[in-house]
Write a protein that binds this ligand. Structure first.
Ligand SMILES: NC(=O)C1=CN([C@@H]2O[C@H](COP(=O)(O)OP(=O)(O)OC[C@H]3O[C@@H](n4cnc5c(N)ncnc54)[C@H](O)[C@@H]3O)[C@@H](O)[C@H]2O)C=CC1
Ligand SMILES: C[N+](C)(C)CC(=O)CC(=O)[O-]
Length: 485
């Protein structure tokens, strides 16, 4: 699939990173003299974030190709994402240039925060293929994208954006600023009043959000949260209790403070005091690490945006596990996250098992025990594990897992994982016995022929490999002489 990006600023850069990190080449046009540096810096932060976010092996990144004109960038493109500044006259000019050179079948997605598809389509040759595809910053991490405009183009855009890990929400009826920005504007306008009126500083307002309802919003929206706030009587009780307050002077919604020099300077000064000690790129990394922690927690609970991460990992496993040829198999890599390190300053115990467990998952997919196979009510359970911790590993280090199949019969198979640093030295080994189970009956059953054939093929490779001297050993007993010493 050929992707083109027109505009590589805050949002264009995020789009480019998302497409490239999902294996697509992207042709970009942006006349800014520093566009290459800016996009390069966004790419660096995005790659760093993906290594920390996903446990599954990432696809080989696509290439970034700089074009000298819009015509060159969009030639032969299947999907074009426009992310130029929010001015309707400029968007019209860009769309006209795109249409002059792109194939008529190409879908054009606009990042516009506020313009409606009917406005973007004015004067277009093929208006029906122009849709709003409005993302949220950082585009490479946040899954939601509002797709407005309907028809085949909206369906195609949704399909493409789903394939790069996004959660498109198609909005049937166009409205200024779509949905997300209408909600955000209400909060933003109120926050500006609170600063303007000297009620709170930028820092106090941000603290009230991040120590309070902001934490709730990452995992449940307004309606689910307020349903709970209604107690056992639920939403109706909530509306009865707090409904009247909507008519009290709690907000100044449509009234906007004048963004004169005084207010702009006041906000900018307070913001400098609050966050000026960090560069924007540092702030992006802090933000990304926090988001990744939230994604991981939500993934562990199989909830909300964590499900998007899990779905992407399944896709990455499905297409990535056979990527590296040779034996032992190299199916899984991990980067030691900051939160993986304990009070001793290196990777804590249970994370070794996590890396081995993820490598086992990659092996299961490699041998054919994938989502479709599991859909038949069949799976594999680990029944015994022996880990040898051989050396410490620090935050930020990359671990590659080499996996061997030490043996199998109709119902069981024995795996060996070796965790290696980038210099090839061994960090730990794990030996694991797995059984094949009927998950509904809760009992061990023989594997289907397709799995047995694949295991036989892998075991033949193992038989041609030097045996491991530590395989099959448990923890040895303490000798009396050693215990006395
Ligand atoms: N910044 C944000 O938080 C969000 C912005 N958006 C939308 O994304 C779009 C872009 O916004 P940002 O990335 O924030 O702006 P930006 O100012 O960071 O980037 C705009 C980029 O477009 C480039 N550009 C200007 N004229 C061009 C042309 N003729 N051809 C190609 N590139 C050109 C500029 O050089 C710049 O790199 C806007 O429509 C905005 O509403 C959407 C979601 C969030
Ligand atoms: C400020 N903004 C209107 C450009 C914001 C957005 O469009 C979405 C976001 O990322 O908050």
């Amino acid at each position: 699939m050929k992707i083109a990006a027109i505009g590589g600023g805050v949002i264009g850069g995020g789009w480019i990173a998302r497409f490239i990190l999902n294996g697509h080449d992207v042709r970009i046009f942006d006349p800014h003299p520093e566009a290459e540096r800016i996009v390069g810096e966004v790419m660096a932060n995005a790659s760093r974030a993906y290594e920390r976010l996903f446990q599954a092996p990432l696809p080989a990144p696509g290439k970034l190709i700089w074009s000298a004109s819009i015509a060159d960038a969009v030639e032969g493109a299947d999907y074009i994402q426009e992310s130029v500044p929010e001015r309707l006259d400029l968007k019209h000019k860009i769309i006209a240039e795109i249409e002059a050179a792109a194939p008529p079948s190409a879908v054009i997605g606009s990042s516009t925060s506020g313009f409606k598809p009917s406005e973007l389509r004015e004067g277009a040759k093929h208006p029906e293929r122009i849709v709003v595809a409005h993302p949220f910053n950082p585009v490479y991490l946040l899954p939601i994208v509002e797709v407005v405009g309907g028809g085949a183009a909206a369906d195609r855009a949704s399909e493409i954006l789903t394939s790069i890990g996004m959660k498109p929400v198609q909005i049937a009826k166009e409205i200024d600023a779509h949905i997300g920005d209408r909600l955000l504007e209400a909060v933003w306008r109120e926050a500006l009043w609170l600063v303007n009126d000297g009620i709170a500083t930028t820092e106090v307002i941000d603290d009230i959000i991040r120590y309070g309802f902001g934490l709730r919003w990452a995992q449940m929206g307004l309606f689910e949260t307020y349903r709970i706030a209604g107690g056992e009587a639920g939403m109706k009780h909530f509306l009865a209790q707090f409904g009247p307050a909507l008519k009290w002077p709690w907000t100044k919604l449509m009234d906007v403070p004048d963004l004169d020099d005084r207010l702009v300077n006041m906000i900018a000064d307070q913001s400098d005091e609050q966050s000026g000690m960090h560069s924007i790129r540092e702030l992006e990394r802090i933000r990304d690490d926090n988001l990744i922690g939230i994604f991981h927690a939500l993934k562990a609970n199989d909830w909300g945006a964590g499900q998007s991460v899990a779905q992407m990992e399944n896709r990455y496993y499905a297409r990535g596990v056979t990527a590296e040829p040779g034996y032992p198999l190299r199916l899984h890599q991990a980067r030691v996250g900051g939160s993986w390190v304990d009070y001793n300053g290196h990777m804590t115990e249970f994370r070794y098992l996590q890396v081995m467990g993820d490598a086992t998952d990659a092996f299961l997919i490699h041998m054919g025990l994938d989502e479709a196979y599991r859909g038949q009510g069949l799976s594999a359970y680990t029944v015994e594990t022996h880990i040898r911790h051989l050396s410490e590993v620090a935050a930020g280090e990359r671990i590659t897992v080499e996996t061997r199949l030490l043996g199998h019969d109709k119902k069981r198979f024995r795996l060996h994982h070796s965790l290696l640093r980038e210099d090839g030295s061994e960090v730990a080994t794990g030996e694991h016995m797995l059984v094949h189970v009927d998950t509904n009956a809760g009992k061990v059953v023989p594997m289907q022929d397709v799995l047995l054939a694949k295991l036989a093929e892998i075991e033949a490779l193992d038989l041609a490999t030097a045996p491991l001297d530590h395989a099959g050993r448990g923890i040895r007993e303490l000798r009396a002489t050693e215990a006395a010493a």
